[in-house]
Design a protein around this ligand. Structure first.
Ligand code: PLP
Length: 360
């Protein structure tokens, strides 16, 4: 079996020890005599799985007791609607636009109320993170929304906006568990799991308890965070197998030393790639240095033909999915937690080789 280095933005690589553990338990979990895929979500065996997953997730992220953890479905995109439906009391919310997902989130919220764009880097082609101060936010806004790491453009917030008493709501889909974050700085953190946590199908929401209970009357039950919290994410059938794999990922992170250690490993990988990009002039990194993402690294050659050739040639070398998002072109290397250092070394070696063989 030859595993490739998969630079996909999501679904993306999972840690090999997690896949191996899942494989070893695939047909028969513990002494249950069945696969986790076949289990009733109300069975004692599954209840133990989901409870341990939540406890370990709380440990990994250092989540305080006054926050609820919800294991939901529908992807981060469903939360774009759930957020206004659960949080808009005055009908006002402030959005910072830093890329496509925050733009989608704002558009969705605008269906339910006054979703004001208070800052945007659209005029800079989202190559940097907009800077804000507290004065940018409306004092009567119900929340401020940001997308913390912009998967498509390869940027990340290099500061946490000061919103005063206004709850900060953040999409962490593509950077969750890549480094420690101070959960208390946020009212809500949400993430689709398929980037850095689990197979597709699971969406996690971390919500401060005092923000629950404000869902609008027309909110679908499945989007009502209070209802989901009251039912321990078991109002209906949860994405059982994805939660189980997420649990294995949490165990893996704890086993290597938690998020402090994870951050060191991720910095080492990102530095290797960015240092190379900064040391030459064949490839161009379009993102401003202060806004660089540690998870999604974008670059171009400046020549469309070469940009097309690069990912194709890379695949022949076992480096997969390096094509940039269809809306921005160029290349993107997603180097999430599960990407080994050796994968980034192989990428840099390939980049050098490609530059030599394809003069501009
Ligand atoms: C992938 C992604 C989304 C969309 O997630 P789905 O789970 O496909 O809905 C939203 N936000 C960010 C930051 C993402 O990376």
């Amino acid at each position: 079996m030859n595993r490739v280095y998969n630079f996909s933005a999501g679904p993306s690589m999972l840690p090999l020890p997690v896949l191996e553990k899942a494989a070893s338990e695939l047909v028969c979990y513990g002494d249950s005599g069945m696969s986790v895929m076949e289990m009733s979500h109300r069975s004692p065996a599954y209840e133990a799985i989901i409870q341990k997953a939540e406890a370990d997730f709380r440990k990994v992220m250092n989540i305080p007791d006054n926050y609820k953890v919800l294991f939901l479905q529908g992807g981060a995109s469903t939360q774009f609607a759930a957020i206004p439906l659960n949080l808009m009391k005055t009908g006002k919310a402030d959005y910072i636009l830093s890329g496509q997902f925050s733009t989608k989130a704002q558009k969705e919220a605008a269906k339910y109320g006054d979703a004001k764009i208070v800052a945007s880097s659209k005029d800079k082609n989202f190559s940097e993170i907009p800077q804000t101060t507290r004065a940018d936010f409306r004092p009567d806004a119900d929340y401020v929304h940001i997308c913390y790491n912009n998967t498509i453009y390869g940027t990340k917030f290099n500061y946490i906006p000061d919103t005063g008493d206004i709850p900060l709501v953040a999409d962490l889909s593509s950077c969750i568990m890549s480094e420690p974050v101070d959960v208390t700085k946020f009212g809500v953190i949400y993430a689709g799991a398929q980037k850095n946590m689990a197979p597709a199908g699971l969406t996690v929401v971390i919500v401060r308890e005092d923000l629950l209970g404000n869902a609008r009357p027309e909110t679908p039950s499945m989007l009502d965070w209070q209802l989901m919290a009251d039912n321990d994410s078991m109002y209906n059938t949860p994405p059982c197998y994805s939660i189980y794999v997420a649990g294995l990922v949490y165990e893996w992170i704890l086993s290597i030393g938690g998020l402090e250690e994870m951050k060191k490993m991720n910095e080492k990988k990102a530095n290797l790639l960015y240092d190379y990009l900064d040391s030459q002039d064949y490839y161009i990194a379009p993102v401003s240095k202060e806004s660089r993402s540690m998870m999604n690294v974008t670059f171009v050659t400046g020549n469309e033909e070469l940009d097309k050739k690069f990912p194709k040639e890379a695949e022949k070398a076992g480096l997969m999915n390096l094509k940039g998002h269809r809306s921005v072109g160029g290349m993107r290397a997603s180097i999430y937690n599960a990407m080994p250092y050796e994968g980034v070394e192989a990428l840099v070696a390939f980049m050098k080789d490609f530059a030599e063989k394809n003069p501009k």
